[in-house]
Design a protein around this ligand. Structure first.
Ligand SMILES: NC(=O)c1ccc[n+]([C@@H]2O[C@H](COP(=O)([O-])OP(=O)(O)OC[C@H]3O[C@@H](n4cnc5c(N)ncnc54)[C@H](O)[C@@H]3O)[C@@H](O)[C@H]2O)c1
Length: 275
């Protein structure tokens, strides 16, 4: 298969909407890196305030240095319910309440199903699915007190598309989509909307290894119709749209932000499996 001509990346930095999130308070898990960090940057640019929650203290320090008093940083492991609850209280204590939740914390582990350890399965499911459940639960409790809100969970293309060596991750991400749909059903009565963003291949620390493995990036590009990476800012733009008043009648949706990748599926990753 020949490599498609990449589409122009000229539109990868989408416009800001000054004041769109004035007086809005968010928590952003995984907010110290990649897609979460891009969400924080955009939210701040558009008038919001954020509790940036992450398990990585050094990255949190860097975020605090960059964003100053427009954010509060909290070290949180999303697997720990007490820490998650404290994260939502931090939004109330520091900024007076909670309106928005962006649940981005996640990681990937690759192993063929027959070789995947129970521990690795549990780790991925705990962080990528159970962690999102705990965050939605406690964010919704705070939003209910405030009379409403919006939650955006970051799933993946793998919420619909399997990946060789990715059974735990794909199952967790499919679970995030259904969790979001179920939450949308239950939380509508409290004026809380819940949606999912499913990113395609996005250039972040999580995927940096793809640039290094010979032939792997090309294998991906042959399957992605727009033949380029997505940027963290493009994922943030979609997430903030779903959190904004423009999406006021959207709840329970899963928005693919993937350069049409969902139409074509994954490359064969067998030659690229870790040995
Ligand atoms: N990059 C991609 O191509 C891509 C594609 C689809 C989906 N996603 C999803 O997007 C989300 C963000 O990924 P990214 O690419 O920005 O990766 P990233 O590694 O840059 O950021 C993930 C952040 O989550 C934090 N984190 C990990 N485990 C945590 C835990 N237990 N508690 C709290 N924080 C934790 C990390 O410290 C990191 O700061 C993830 O859920 C990922 O699965 C990414």
């Amino acid at each position: 298969m020949t490599r498609p001509t990449p589409t122009s990346p000229s539109d990868t930095t989408s416009p800001r909407y000054p004041g769109r999130f004035d007086a809005k308070v968010a928590v952003v898990t995984g907010g110290a890196s990649g897609i979460g960090r891009a969400i924080v940057a955009r939210l701040i640019d558009e008038g919001g305030r954020a509790v940036v929650a992450d398990v990585n203290p050094a990255a949190l320090e860097a975020a605090a240095a960059e964003f100053g008093d427009r954010i509060a940083t909290v070290r949180v492991d999303v697997r720990d319910e007490q820490q998650v609850e404290a994260m939502t209280h931090a939004a109330v204590e520091r900024f007076g309440g909670l309106d928005l939740g962006f649940n981005c914390a996640g990681l990937s582990a690759r192993a063929e199903l027959t070789e995947l350890s129970r521990d690795d399965w549990n780790t991925v499911i705990d962080i990528c699915l159970t962690g999102v459940f705990l965050c939605v639960k406690h964010e919704a409790r705070r939003m209910r007190e405030r009379g409403g809100g919006a939650i955006v969970n970051i799933a993946s293309l793998n919420s619909h598309v399997p990946m060789f060596g990715g059974s735990a991750y794909a199952c967790a991400k499919a679970g995030v989509e259904m969790l979001s749909r179920n939450a949308a059903l239950e939380l509508a009565q409290h004026r809380i909307r819940v949606n999912t963003v499913s990113p395609g291949l996005t250039d972040t620390p999580l995927t940096s290894g793809i640039h290094q493995a010979p032939g792997l990036e090309q294998a991906f590009m042959q399957r992605i119709p727009m033949a380029r990476w997505g940027t963290p800012d493009e994922m943030a733009a979609a997430a903030l749209f779903l959190a904004s008043a423009d999406a006021g009648y959207i709840s329970g949706s899963n928005l693919f932000v993937d350069g049409a990748w969902e139409t074509s599926g994954y490359p064969d990753l067998r030659p690229f499996m870790p040995r």
